[in-house]
Design a protein around this ligand. Structure first.
Ligand code: NAG
Ligand code: NAG
Ligand code: NAG
Ligand code: NAG
Length: 373
């Protein structure tokens, strides 16, 4: 018996060393946004290991992190609500977001006193609201000074959560950040070695490569994993991060649960790269940037209008078209291919933006989770 146990132990250790990444628990994460008005209690948290509650704000006067009073109850009950369906799910309070003012983040990060206000208030808010971690969504640091200050902020933030944990005896807060798809953002480099050493992981925002508001003369894959014609793709970004010194096991690949709708110049020309005339308008497209959630694409175009749907495996994107409306988006095939890529590449996992975009049966999040297993 003892010898059998010993043999088993040796075998386990051997296998562990053979393939250490197999022992790492994958991150299967999702952001919930208070803007979505999607009920927190309707999140199928069994499909996730981590859920991000978005967004807390940065006050540009006090440099403290705050929660909008209208969201206070949703945020303070977020953890207990999502743990009803999955007691093991971990939650993080996400700060900032695409609609926040990047100038305020730059100003905060530039001075020791304002960094301290930010850091101390973030930890206090995470603890008082029952979150397991904090996530920074500064979109985006713009200058080399911003990038250097971001590095200082992250170093001080990690030291502060470590010290808080040892002085209170609580489990250390998780620290993550959502960053650009590439380690180079608008020709400025993220402070990669600090990012690697101070964060638990980075959420790589591998989407919004093409959209009708900024690539308006032809259709394109909004979040392609590959792009034969440019460096704007998920895999090119991940390779840039790795080439700059990031480690695979601290990268989590972003999957968008939305697409973008273009207006075709000619309904008969409906491939990727077909001539377009800006964003689609009219029924079904209510956003001002042409974005549309996966469930609306299904309801209004694929099931509703009988749009033809196709998959392009060379870029890893789905698209559908009906009349002169053309939508590039992620469906079951592209989600599965991206998750296979992430796992094969040795990344830590994936996240979705955002959980409210999935269909009523969680088909995309189910696909992602099952593909990883
Ligand atoms: C600070 O934020 C408030 C509220 O968002 C905004 O109205 C104001 O313009 C900002 N002030 C500065 C100096 O950024
Ligand atoms: C962002 O903040 C800066 C200063 O902090 C302010 O000048 C600017 O107006 C703000 N922008 C928006 C869109 O609120
Ligand atoms: C496309 O973008 C260009 C440059 O921003 C702009 O001048 C043009 O009006 C846009 N066209 C459409 C159809 O949105
Ligand atoms: C997108 O472009 C339209 C005009 O075509 C404009 O009204 C809208 O504000 C733009 N949205 C964003 C998010 O840039």
């Amino acid at each position: 018996m003892a010898i059998q146990s010993l043999l088993f132990l040796s075998l386990s250790l051997f296998l562990f060393h053979l393939n250490p990444s197999s022992a790492q628990t994958p991150v299967k994460a999702g952001y919930w946004s208070s803007d979505s008005e999607f009920q927190v209690s309707n999140i199928n948290s069994a499909l996730f290991t981590h859920l991000f509650c978005a967004f807390a704000d940065l006050n540009n006067q006090s440099n403290q992190v705050t929660i909008d009073p209208n969201s206070a109850t949703l945020f303070s009950t977020f953890t207990q609500t999502v743990q009803q369906k999955n007691p093991n799910v971990k939650t993080l309070l996400s700060i900032g977001g695409g609609n926040s003012n990047s100038t305020s983040f730059a100003a905060m990060a530039s001075q020791p006193g304002s960094r301290k206000s930010f850091i101390d208030s973030s930890i206090q808010l995470a603890r008082s609201n029952g979150f397991h971690g904090l996530d920074l969504d500064w979109e985006y640091p713009e200058t080399s000074t911003d990038m250097a200050n971001l590095g200082t902020l992250l170093t001080e933030w990690r030291a502060a959560v470590r010290s808080e944990s040892s002085s209170t005896g609580s489990v250390e807060l998780l620290l993550t950040a959502a960053m650009g798809f590439s380690s180079i953002h608008d020709s400025e480099s993220y402070p990669v070695s600090i990012v690697r050493d101070s964060l638990d992981w980075v959420n790589v925002m591998a989407y919004d490569f093409k959209g009708p508001n900024w690539s308006n003369v032809s259709t394109g894959a909004p979040a392609g994993l590959y792009d034969p014609d440019s460096e704007f793709s998920g895999s090119a970004g991940v390779d840039k991060w790795i080439g700059s010194g990031m480690v695979e096991e601290k990268m989590v690949l972003g999957l968008p649960l939305y697409g973008y709708a273009w207006k075709l110049v000619d309904a008969a020309s409906h491939g990727i790269g077909a001539p377009a005339d800006g964003k689609a308008s009219g029924e079904g497209i209510s956003s001002d940037d042409g974005s549309i959630s996966y469930n609306q694409i299904l309801d209004q175009f694929i099931n509703g209008a009988g749009a033809s749907s196709e998959y392009d495996g060379s870029r890893v994107t789905n698209y559908c078209y009906s009349g002169t409306t053309w939508i590039g988006y992620d469906d079951v095939q592209s989600i599965a291919a991206k998750v296979s890529y992430a796992k094969g590449k040795g990344l830590l996992g994936y996240f979705v933006w955002s959980v409210s975009g999935d269909d009523g049966n969680w088909v995309l999040c189910q696909t992602a989770s099952q593909t990883w297993n």
